[in-house]
Design a protein around this ligand. Structure first.
Ligand code: ZN
Length: 108
């Protein structure tokens, strides 16, 4: 495990925050999220503003993935693929610990 020794800022807390706000009004989520950040860009690594741009999952680190999110037509934050789970994902290699939303691939 590399954890805090990895280069760059760790936006895991931001992504966990966004995932915890699924179903809520995007404007409120966005203003709360930006109040904790020096710049808003990392929000849009996993949040698509248009439904057409949404992705099932997004790679945010070497072997770290988070569920993709998007803003629906009602202005609510939604999961791009609510069915997606770490259990169903297969790591690209066996030497690294791959995680989706902090859960190791192949586990519940
Ligand atoms: Zn590896």
């Amino acid at each position: 495990m590399h954890g805090k020794t990895e280069r760059g800022l760790d936006y895991t807390p931001l992504f966990r925050f966004l995932l915890s706000k699924v179903g809520l009004d995007w404007n409120e989520v966005y203003s709360e999220a930006t109040s904790r950040l020096d710049k808003p860009e990392p929000i849009f690594w996993i949040v698509a503003l248009n439904e057409d741009d949404k992705e099932d999952y997004v790679r945010v680190g070497e072997s770290t993935y988070f569920s993709g999110l998007y803003i629906n037509s009602d202005g609510k934050l939604k999961l791009s693929n609510p069915e997606l789970s770490a259990k169903d994902m297969t790591p690209a290699c066996s030497c690294c610990t791959h995680t989706l939303n902090g859960k190791v691939f192949g586990t519940d």
